[in-house]
Every structure is written in structure tokens, then in C-alpha cells.
Design a protein around this ligand. Structure first.
Ligand code: HEC
Length: 136
């Protein structure tokens, strides 16, 4: 390979590197990312900001002071109004939350989307030695 070929390869690869870098770094500004901020994703942030997971589980994971909330929306006798009511008033063990209406709506959208992903009832599983679980 003579020196001229090496220089051409170097220039082509440099050009590819620079144009690819420009493409990657400009992408967030050019593309419309508004669909990344959905009501559900904002609701997940409300969930995290208010530390719901310290007392509640989703898919069986989280704190164990309160019940698993994966299917609270579709559970018989529960649902959206039940959740909003409990959030606003709290009870002896569940603290009351003074969220803005927009935050409540986002939180509900998040819980609805979690509910649609399937069923989670940790009570239907039996823990086995060595950390496995067996469905009852
Ligand atoms: C300090 C612990 C704690 C935190 C934090 C907490 N909860 Fe609770 N929550 C509870 C307890 C305990 C209950 C059970 C109350 C009862 O059954 O009387 C409960 C019950 C609930 C229920 C009713 C569940 C059912 O199946 O009946 C919902 C819905 C709920 N909480 C939502 C939330 C949300 C949303 C957040 C975050 C904004 C949150 N909780 C934060 C402790 C907590």
C-alpha cells in the first residue's frame, strides 16, 4: 500500500467518523421526541418522586407495607376512582397525597398501562429454598 492510498483511506474514514458524529449529536434536535414523554412515562415519574414503591410492589417487586398495585385498576371493586379517592384521603396506614390533578391523571395512566401488561399476584406463588418460586 503506497502512501497516497493510506492518505485517501485516512481521509475517507475521518469523513465517515465526523459525518456520523454530527448525525448522532444532531438527531435529538432534529427528530421530534415528544412521543417519548407520554402521560404514562410522566406517571412513572410521579410514582418515583412520591416513593410509592417503598411501600407497594409492581410485579411483586417493591416494599411490602402496602399491597401489590400491578392490577389495582382492573381488580373487582377497585379501579380509577378507588385509587384517586385513597390517594386524596389516605387511611390509617396509607398516607394522603396532595397531588395536582395533572399528576393524578398521569399516575392513573401509568397504573392503567402497568395493569394491561398482565397479572401479578405474588400470593399465588410459593417461595422455594434457594430463591426460586413455584406457582401454586
Ligand atoms: C408509607 C407507605 C406507603 C406509601 C409511601 C404509599 N402507600 Fe399506598 N398504601 C399503603 C398501605 C399500608 C396500604 C393498605 C391500606 C389498607 O388496606 O388499609 C395502601 C393502599 C394503597 C392502595 C389501595 C390498594 C388496594 O389494593 O386496595 C393504592 C391504590 C395505593 N396505596 C396507592 C399508592 C400510591 C399511588 C402511592 C404513591 C403516590 C402510595 N400508595 C404510597 C402504604 C403506602
Amino acid at each position: 500500500m503506497n502512501q497516497k492510498t493510506v492518505i485517501i483511506i485516512f481521509i475517507v474514514l475521518s469523513f465517515a467518523f465526523v459525518s456520523n458524529s454530527i448525525n448522532i449529536y444532531l438527531k435529538p434536535f432534529i427528530e421530534n421526541n415528544s412521543n417519548l414523554h407520554t402521560k404514562e412515562s410522566e406517571g412513572r415519574l410521579v410514582w418515583q418522586r412520591n416513593n410509592c414503591q417503598t411501600c407497594h410492589q409492581l410485579y411483586g417487586l417493591g416494599g411490602y407495607l402496602g399491597p401489590d398495585l400491578t392490577n389495582v385498576i382492573s381488580s373487582p371493586g377497585k379501579g380509577v376512582n378507588y385509587v384517586i379517592g385513597l390517594l386524596r384521603t389516605g387511611n390509617a396506614t396509607m398516607p394522603a397525597y396532595h397531588l395536582r390533578e395533572e399528576e393524578e391523571a398521569q399516575l392513573i395512566a401509568f397504573l392503567i398501562s402497568v395493569d394491561r401488561t398482565g397479572k401479578s399476584s405474588p400470593l399465588e406463588f410459593e417461595p422455594l429454598p434457594f430463591g426460586q418460586i413455584k406457582q401454586k
